[in-house]
Ligand binder design. Structure first.
Ligand SMILES: Cc1cc2nc3c(=O)[nH]c(=O)nc-3n(C[C@H](O)[C@H](O)[C@H](O)COP(=O)(O)OP(=O)(O)OC[C@H]3O[C@@H](n4cnc5c(N)ncnc54)[C@H](O)[C@@H]3O)c2cc1C
Length: 321
């Protein structure tokens, strides 16, 4: 029996067989709507399940990736080898001091809307950001001057060796659209965020609602509609990436089914039948052209996950500088 078969037996033996899917198309679980099949796929509703399955996968030496909303990834056309756990762990509490404890599968935007409605200040900027708390901590999601790093106090992690530990904000290594976790790279060595503790402040409900409404309107005006993963590149030290791509004359460029949005050049869209390879080709063209024209390196904000040739991922990172 190979490792995967043993893991399937272990999951079946523990009573999870009917929830385990095989060859699940990842295009169904990413906002880009691209990506080939995951060998094994299962949806975790409770943190206990997440921990148990991660430990089982590691014990059987089967690679395992935790996916949140799938809104910041590009999954390879060849799919993902091993187990993908979709994190739907939704529990959260807010105490009378504004201390929020949220499981990592909680929707960031729903939590933001909820806290605004309850008169807690600190997440208004996040009302339109898709994805989960776990993904937002990993990428230090932010918008309109707010960042996860401003509110996160501590996180509970599952380490690669299967141990659960709590880490304080300073040890999460937050930076612009990154964290100590993201720097590890997606894969077995990255600690998994189980829950995050955030500190909010009391605020005026009407004012908070007005600010959230303003953010929503601004976002609606600038975000192209359709399948994408948000901003493709981080801003460079000097310029917004979209400005550079537009100045390089690439707005609207289409390769296969993927297009650089004619509305906002840092959004790469799936026009309906894009392959992951089409998107990667557009990324390469944007990086090369912007470097040639402006000597500015574009670093992807999204992560490539799954069965990509390792060389392609490294090459893309190096072009991004
Ligand atoms: C229309 C649109 C608008 C967007 N606007 C913004 C914006 O304004 N600001 C912004 O910052 N981002 C934005 N994004 C990007 C994205 O929504 C955020 O980065 C979001 O925080 C990603 O969360 P996720 O749950 O979808 O992560 P996923 O895409 O599921 O995962 C991202 C990475 O984190 C890993 N991961 C996920 N959960 C965990 C976990 N619990 N523990 C460890 N690793 C984990 C995954 O394996 C993967 O490597 C936008 C995306 C879209 C589609």
């Amino acid at each position: 029996m190979n490792a995967m078969t043993k893991l399937v037996s272990a999951l079946q033996g523990a009573g999870y067989g009917d929830r385990l899917l095989r060859d699940e198309p990842m295009a169904l679980h990413t906002s880009f709507g691209v990506g080939g099949p995951a060998d094994l796929f299962i949806r975790a509703e409770h943190i206990g399940e997440l921990i148990e399955w991660l430990r089982l996968a590691r014990a059987h030496e089967v690679p395992c990736i935790v996916l949140g909303g799938g809104t910041n990834v590009l999954v390879a056309d060849a799919g993902i080898r091993g187990l993908v756990i979709l994190n739907a762990c939704q529990g959260h509490t807010i105490d009378e001091d504004g201390r929020v404890v949220a499981e990592s599968g909680v929707s960031l935007r729903e939590l933001a809307r909820h806290t605004v409605a309850q008169g807690w200040e600190g997440l208004e900027w996040a009302v339109g950001i898709p994805g989960t708390i776990g993904g937002a901590v990993v990428g230090n999601a932010g918008a309109y001057g707010g960042y996860m790093a401003d509110v996160v106090q501590e996180a509970q992690l599952l380490d690669a060796d299967g141990q659960v530990r709590r880490v304080q904000r300073n040890d999460l290594g937050f930076g612009y659209r990154t964290s100590a976790l993201k720097r590890v790279g997606a894969g077995e060595q990255r600690p998994i965020v189980l829950e995050a503790v955030m500190q909010l402040r009391p605020g005026d409900v009407q004012e908070l609602a007005a600010r959230a409404e303003q953010v929503t309107l601004q976002r609606q005006a600038r975000t192209p509609r359709g399948a994408c993963a948000g901003s493709m590149f981080k801003r460079t030290q000097n310029y917004p990436a979209g400005f550079l791509i537009e100045q390089a004359g690439l707005k609207g460029l289409q390769i296969g089914g993927a297009q650089i949005s004619p509305q906002h050049a840092n959004f790469f869209m799936n026009c309906g039948n894009a392959s992951a390879q089409d998107v990667v080709r557009l990324i390469e063209i944007a990086q090369e052209q912007v470097w040639r024209d402006f000597q500015e390196r574009l670093e992807p904000e999204i992560e490539l996950i799954g069965a990509w040739p390792e060389a392609a991922v490294l090459e893309m990172a190096s072009r991004g500088g």
